[in-house]
Design a protein around this ligand. Structure first.
Ligand code: UD1
Ligand code: CA
Length: 451
């Protein structure tokens, strides 16, 4: 079994924030969630997150996807591992990593497990032009890893070393727990460093290995907001470049935000300033114009979305949505339907070839095929206490400025005249009209408008 211990108890002082560092987001997801997702994708089946500072926020976010261990006082990364006793009985290899390394790709984690075969400890390292504050990798003449020295404890010569500790380790779980209590806090920061485990293993003649990660961005630790920005740009660029290679046109990748789990069909064109979030699926040959936000929704092929906000909805093929439409949870729209400007739809099903072009609210409704909803139609679904359903059957024509007071049913091919307030069902083929009869008063206009 592959297990992992993830450290996330520290505050993250360099972030200058009231929030725990690992709850800061890149591409709309907290750093810690990226880590957990990447570990899951690489086949790790048992994850313990060590929490401390704002533990509740992390637990509320990750829920029961992982196990938790609490480090009440943050005495260092080695001390944090000691708290993860829930992982003690596990056999096989344990991956140790920090919650502030969100970009490491599942393939890299898998490669590390592979590299580790036949070893007791493998440290993922990388080479940096500017190794700044990272821990330095100290090797002997044969090139074998002896120890890791933290920047603050390093000598001038050690600080020249460009190979650094990424903070990702693969370790034999039984040996980890056998020796974890040997770590001391005899260093500049008076902290218990997990990095000391390397020297302990070395002195015990255990088999130690390193794996150099080629792309150093992948293993960057996020400590401040500048690094947060860099990480966001790196991930955005990686995802967007991937879609360009897979036949999707992005007019301006710098202002296009696509979550890692989104899928997009070929020949789809995405204009600037678009967000595609969560498990959104966009079909082939769609056009998504600027200022659209699509969350957790499915859009079939050949559909056009313009400046619209869509969440938890399903839209058919050859549809036109927007500009400025808002489709909320539970909206299901069939093929060839058009939704125009300032239309809001919620928890409703619309059939094939429906026209709903202007200033309309459709809530808790079932709308059939070939229905026309005129400008300003409102389904009055809420009486202040309960919500009620509106049913509009195939071919019905609802004129402009109509209130449909639910629960109500408009039959097949029925017509509702403009300005009508409907509070009784309308049978198939009938017409409902209910409005005050107009009276024209001769000359009254002049009286009011002339000075
Ligand atoms: C750490 C490594 C350093 C490495 C770098 C890579 C140590 C001692 N140093 O340094 O060698 O180059 O990461 O990014 O391990 N944490 C706890 N409890 C604690 C302290 C920290 O859970 O008591 C967590 C933090 O929440 C954070 C992670 O461990 O997510 C790393 O801590 P951080 O302070 O960022 O370590 P670095 O100084 O970056
Ligand atoms: Ca760090």
């Amino acid at each position: 079994m592959k297990s992992a211990i993830i450290l996330a108890a520290g505050k993250g002082t360099r972030m200058v924030s009231k929030k725990n560092k690992v709850m800061h987001e890149i591409l709309g997801k907290p750093l810690i969630e990226h880590v957990v997702n990447n570990l899951e994708k690489s086949g790790v089946s048992f994850q313990v997150v060590v929490v401390g500072h704002q533990a509740q926020a992390i637990q509320d976010h990750l829920e029961d996807r992982v196990h938790y261990a609490v480090q009440a006082q943050q005495l260092g990364t080695g001390h944090a591992i000691q708290q993860a006793k829930i992982a003690k009985a596990n056999q096989g290899s344990t991956l140790i990593m920090y919650g502030d390394i969100p970009l490491v790709q599942p393939e890299t984690i898998q490669a590390l497990f592979k590299h580790h075969e036949g070893y007791d400890l493998t440290v993922a390292t990388t080479i940096l032009d500017d190794p700044s504050m990272y821990g330095r990798i100290i090797k002997d003449e044969a090139g074998d890893l002896i120890k890791i020295v933290e920047y603050k404890d390093a000598s001038e010569t050690e600080r020249q070393i460009q190979e650094i500790n990424t903070g990702i380790y693969c370790i034999d779980n039984q040996l980890l727990w056998k020796h974890i209590d040997e770590i001391s806090n005899n260093n500049k920061q008076k902290e218990y460093y997990i990095t000391d485990i390397v020297e302990i293993f070395y002195k015990n003649n255990y088999k130690i290995n390193t794996m150099i990660v080629e792309d150093d961005f992948e293993v960057m630790g996020i400590n401040d907001r500048l690094e947060l920005l860099t990480a966001n740009q790196w991930l955005q660029n990686k995802i967007n470049t991937g879609w360009l290679k897979q036949g999707v046109t992005l007019i301006d990748p710098n202002s296009t935000y696509i979550d890692p789990d989104v899928s997009i069909g070929i020949d789809t064109i995405i204009h600037p300033n678009v967000r595609l979030e969560k498990l959104t699926k966009i079909g082939e040959n769609c056009t998504i114009y600027s200022n659209s936000v699509i969350i957790n929704s499915t859009i079939a092929n050949n559909t056009v979305i313009d400046s619209s906000h869509i969440n938890d909805s399903k839209i058919g093929s050859h549809c036109k949505i927007g500009p400025m439409a808002r489709l909320r949870y539970g909206t299901v729209i069939s093929d060839y339907t058009k939704i125009g400007n300032f239309v809001e739809i919620k928890n409703s099903t619309l059939g094939y070839n429906v026209r709903c072009m202007h200033l309309t609210y459709v809530g808790d409704s079932e709308v059939g095929d070939d229905v026309n909803l005129g400008c300003g139609v409102v389904t009055v679904n809420y009486d202040g206490k309960n919500k009620y359903k509106t049913i509009i059957e195939d071919g019905a024509f609802i004129g402009s400025n109509v209130n449909l007071i639910a629960p109500v049913r408009i039959g097949k091919n029925a017509v509702v005249a403009a300005g009508t307030t409907v509070n009784k069902d309308v049978d198939e083929g009938d017409m409902a009209i209910g409005r005050v009869r107009q009276e024209n008063k001769a000359g009254y206009g002049h009286k009011y408008t002339s000075k």
